[in-house]
Design a protein around this ligand. Structure first.
Ligand SMILES: [Fe+2]
Ligand SMILES: [Fe+2]
Length: 244
């Protein structure tokens, strides 16, 4: 399965680069992945018009999409508009022995996030009950700090408990966004390894140091995972190539 992993669009009146998003969508459609996962911060302020506009733009992506909200989408009760357009903030889908779990880690009007006890129970139950060979989890906030992002202040509040849950139940891949800096951590777990893949921002002008607008292309096949970091308009670079 080939997955395009996009994050932190930040559609809004300022700081949003429409050209980057449009070029990314063209590149993704040309790559023809099986699915696209978008790990939150679709909008700048969670406003109705912003989420409605980005919803229309994302229709241009040809693949099936899996989308979670981010902290910016949870501002101004944006989670209601999100649910109206994109559906539940918690979802499960199994495609070709691959389980995809989408969880909302955002909290209304806060930049920090958590899964909370209910979210953890939902995730544990889904991971426990599945017979799928591979398990992918998508949530906006990171579970392990991301290097070169300054002082850590917004990883998941209950990251310790969620990490333990993932370690015990053995997910293969956890997809995040939030920090606008791409990064991958690999952890041993009951499934062999779990990769924590954070995407950079696809179209926000809020970028740090030398990072560019980017996304990930993930290839999951033959018990291997390959992750390619793709700066928009540039050649891709393989950043993970591991056997499970
Ligand atoms: Fe963001
Ligand atoms: Fe965020």
């Amino acid at each position: 399965m080939k997955i395009s992993h996009i994050s932190d669009i930040h559609y809004g009146p300022a700081g949003f680069n429409a050209n980057m998003l449009s070029r990314c969508i063209d590149e993704v459609n040309a790559l023809n992945p099986d699915i696209t996962v978008i790990t939150g911060d679709l909008s700048m302020n969670g406003l109705k018009k912003e989420i409605e506009s980005v919803f229309e733009i994302l229709k241009e992506i040809d693949t099936e999409k899996f989308i979670v909200p981010g902290n910016h989408d949870a501002r101004n009760v944006g989670y209601l508009t999100f649910e109206r357009l994109f559906g539940s903030r918690y979802s499960e889908r199994v495609i070709d022995e691959i389980q995809i779990l989408c969880c909302d880690s955002s909290e209304p009007d806060l930049d920090t996030g958590q899964l909370g006890r209910e979210g953890q129970m939902w995730l544990k139950e889904k991971l426990e009950k599945t017979g799928a060979k591979y398990r992918i989890i998508a949530m906006h906030h990171h579970l392990i700090p991301v290097p070169l992002t300054g002082r850590e202040r917004s990883e998941l509040y209950d990251s310790g408990d969620v990490l333990k849950l993932i370690y015990d139940e053995g997910a293969n891949l956890v997809l995040n966004g939030h920090k606008h800096v791409p990064n991958n951590w690999v952890m041993e777990s009951s499934s062999g390894i779990t990769i924590f893949c954070t995407a950079g921002s696809v179209s926000s002008e809020k970028l740090k140091a030398d990072y560019l607008n980017c996304y990930n292309i993930i290839d999951l096949s033959c018990e291997r995972i390959k992750i390619e970091l793709k700066n928009i308009g540039k050649e891709g670079r393989v950043v993970v190539n591991r056997k499970f």
